[in-house]
Design a protein around this ligand. Structure first.
Ligand code: PRT
Ligand code: ZN
Length: 213
């Protein structure tokens, strides 16, 4: 049986449309994935798995999928053994520190001894360590922006794109922990056949990116 390359993409959410569009732009037809967990491309030896973005690095590390499309923020937070092969130019955002609009943030030292709410404890801890700061991290999985307003935290670290969510919650962006975009990741132990398929796909992805510039 001919081998297929298995790619994991987000099932629904901010990366879904652009991930499917990228494959389409590469000349690969992805049939109505939305209610399916798995589908096959018609005209390229590619099998597509639809997953929650948080699970993609692990699936790729474990070799359940060969490659995946996911935000760098997730790749770095999950800290899995996967290789980033190509930045994709969409899903751009920043993981930023925000404090109350009237708070007087003077730099990372401001965070010393403070309570920080975030869904990114690993990246926040690394930032604190790099800056020699001790602070208390409160991990929450969603609606991080409301934490300061309800007295749960003094600062937050969350993804920002336009900044309007912060603004609406009375917060201001004061520092950036990580700049992020969607990347193609791959398993570290692909065999020659899969590597050759990946090269074919990458050639197309790079052509699409060039055509856009
Ligand atoms: O269900 P699943 O777990 O797969 O999805 P999810 O809800 O975890 O992720 P999703 O779909 O929200 O985001 C997927 C990826 O898109 C993220 O991991 C980032 O790499 C990227 N991305 C780009 C963003 C944003 N921009 C973004 N603005 N992810 C989230 N946001 C959120 C942010 O958390 C905040 O709540 O949007 C709000 C801020 O937006 P602005 O425009 O008001 O600043
Ligand atoms: Zn997620």
């Amino acid at each position: 049986m001919d081998q297929k390359l298995r790619i994991a993409i987000q099932k629904s959410g901010r990366l879904y449309d652009d991930s499917v569009k990228l494959l389409k732009d590469c000349g690969i037809d992805v049939k109505n994935g939305i209610n399916k967990l798995r589908t096959e491309a018609e005209n390229f030896p590619l099998e597509i798995y639809f997953l929650r973005d948080d699970d993609i690095p692990q699936y790729v590390e474990d070799g359940v999928a060969d490659i995946g499309i996911v935000g760098e923020n997730v790749v770095f937070e999950k800290n899995r053994r996967v290789t980033a092969v190509e930045p994709l130019g969409f899903g751009k955002c920043r993981l930023s520190i925000a404090v109350g609009r009237k708070d007087d943030y003077t730099g990372p030292k401001y965070l010393e001894g403070k309570r920080i709410a975030t869904s990114y404890p690993v990246l926040v801890q690394r930032f604190l360590d790099d800056n020699g700061i001790r602070a208390e991290i409160h991990e929450i999985s969603g609606s991080v922006e409301i934490a300061p307003g309800i007295g749960l935290a003094d600062a937050i670290v969350d993804l920002v794109s336009s900044g309007s969510t912060l603004f609406m919650n009375g917060l201001k962006e004061v520092d950036t922990v990580l700049k992020s975009q969607a990347v193609l990741i791959r398993n570290g132990n692909l065999d020659e056949v899969k590597l050759a398929l990946l090269e074919r796909l990458l050639f197309r992805i790079r052509s699409v990116k060039k055509a856009k510039n």
